[in-house]
Design a protein around this ligand. Structure first.
Ligand SMILES: NC(=O)c1ccc[n+]([C@@H]2O[C@H](COP(=O)([O-])OP(=O)(O)OC[C@H]3O[C@@H](n4cnc5c(N)ncnc54)[C@H](OP(=O)(O)O)[C@@H]3O)[C@@H](O)[C@H]2O)c1
Length: 271
């Protein structure tokens, strides 16, 4: 039985726990002082222990995996609640906190040993996420397998070589669902401006996006080749695409990633 302590259970913490709750070989303890009542109601009758403050020392050294999932802005304060704790010798100390580097945790949690920084994303809620990892060199193979398997329950996993890559993954996949929803919103609003109802717009836009992804997955063709097969010379798609290209869609997307990446680096500045 793997005992997991989740510190902070807001949007992302809840998405993860929701997907993990039915796993047999894990037990969950969640700390969230502010959402304590809401979580008690939400997870009523479920096998989960909900606390309104940090557990006591003698309880902490029972956990195999500790996951910090609070906002970066309060990470320093929250970590101070755990600073003198003796963690179980082989426990995995992990964080999904954007930007915060491994050294940040090592400095504050003097007894932490094996550390993993993780960047999941919101589709974890329906087990379709992707989680990126980077760890300290001393992470045992057993622990690597354990944490990898846990996150495989919420989607795909990808191990990266350094923390700069995790900050970049934060910009691409961590924040990615946010950009996708903004784009869907734009497509739907434009379809409504053309005269379709909200319901019709949703049907047209979502089916088109999903169908395009499935087609790409099934044919294994490059997006550029599929685009060219649809945007024939002198046709409607070519006319539409001209607007995206004239407004430099590539540059806009690159700048979007870069802004998020820079923010991740700023959030991680304070060691
Ligand atoms: N949301 C995403 O899509 C996503 C994706 C990847 C990674 N992340 C990362 O995951 C982390 C959490 O994000 P989120 O969107 O889940 O934020 P969130 O909704 O604000 O969740 C954080 C939770 O921690 C609670 N909290 C505050 N002080 C605490 C304490 N002392 N001990 C335990 N819990 C405490 C917060 O309560 P209050 O709200 O009352 O302060 C809140 O419920 C962030 O660092 C973010 O970078 C998020």
């Amino acid at each position: 039985m793997n005992k997991i302590l989740l510190v902070g259970c807001g949007h992302m913490g809840t998405a993860l726990v929701n997907s993990w709750l039915n796993l047999n070989s894990y037990s969950f303890t969640v700390v969230d002082p502010f959402n304590f009542k809401k979580l008690k109601n939400k997870f009523n009758n479920k096998k989960i222990n909900i606390l309104n403050k940090a557990p006591k020392q003698k309880e902490v050294n029972k956990f195999d995996i500790i996951i910090f999932a609070v906002k970066p802005q309060i990470a320093d304060r929250v970590l101070s609640e755990y600073k003198d704790f003796e963690f179980k010798k082989n426990s995995i100390i992990s964080s999904i906190i954007a930007g915060k580097k491994i050294i940040f945790f090592q400095k504050r949690l003097k007894n932490a040993n094996q550390f993993v920084r993780i960047m999941p994303n919101m589709p974890a809620l329906i087990r379709n996420g992707i989680s990126c990892f980077v760890s300290t060199n001393n992470l045992s193979n057993k622990n690597k397998k354990t944490i990898n398997q846990l996150f495989l329950k919420v989607g795909k996993t990808l191990w990266l070589n350094n923390e700069s890559q995790i900050d970049k993954a934060t910009a691409v996949s961590g924040s990615g669902p946010g950009y996708v929803y903004a784009l869907i919103n734009s497509f739907e609003k434009a379809a409504q401006k053309l005269g379709f109802s909200k319901k019709q717009s949703r049907e047209l836009v979502l089916t088109t996006i999903l169908g395009s992804i499935y087609l790409m997955q099934e044919t294994k063709k490059e997006p550029y080749d599929l685009e060219k097969s649809i945007a024939v010379k002198g046709g409607t798609t070519e006319a539409g695409l001209k607007n995206l290209k004239n407004n430099n869609i590539d540059k806009i997307i690159y700048k979007t990633y870069m802004s998020a990446y820079k923010k991740a680096k700023i959030l991680g500045k304070k060691n």
